[in-house]
Write a protein that binds this ligand. Structure first.
Ligand code: ZN
Length: 163
């Protein structure tokens, strides 16, 4: 279903706000900190995302730094707000839904759960901007596909009361 004109105007405001005032900017350092990097040469967008995974396997903290077009930076900012505090499984599900929504491919399971990330669904009409809108989220999706399970196991060798 195509968003109404009112909704599109609201979406534009959300994107502008986040591109001008990105949330969760900065770096994370230390052991157990995951890092993902996205680069979109077509547009010149760059984004670095850091995730601190907590003892329960949740996104304890998430920050990003980047430069590039408004869409790439707004989507990174919105994503960090959405993933903050979620379990890694929830983060994976949110990112899969986000990518399904924007690409128009695949099933969106819980569209409401995406919240303000839905402000980016307009890029569906502009395939060349899809890369901008999913630069940070694709980088994090790949990162979570590669490392979280091993990470959780290392944090808890054998017993849940390892701390
Ligand atoms: Zn871009």
């Amino acid at each position: 279903m195509a968003p109404s004109d009112d909704l599109l105007a609201l979406y534009q405001q959300v994107i502008l706000d986040h591109s001008r005032h990105p949330r969760n900017q900065g770096k994370l350092e230390g052991t157990g900190c995951l890092h993902a990097r996205g680069h979109n040469p077509a547009c010149g967008d760059e984004v670095d995302v850091w995730i601190q995974v907590g003892p329960q396997g949740q996104v304890e903290d998430i920050k990003f730094e980047g430069q590039g077009c408004a869409i790439s930076q707004a989507s990174a900012s919105l994503m960090t707000l959405k993933l903050q505090g979620t379990s890694l499984d929830t983060a994976r599900a949110l990112l899969a839904d986000f990518h399904a929504l924007l690409s128009g491919q695949g099933q969106v399971q819980h569209e409401d759960a995406l919240g303000e990330l839905r402000a980016l669904e307009g890029v569906q009409k502009f395939p060349q901007r899809l890369r901008c809108a999913t630069l940070a989220s694709k980088a994090v999706e790949q990162l979570l596909a590669a490392s979280p399970a091993q990470h959780a196991i290392q944090e808890h060798p054998g017993s849940p009361s390892a701390l």
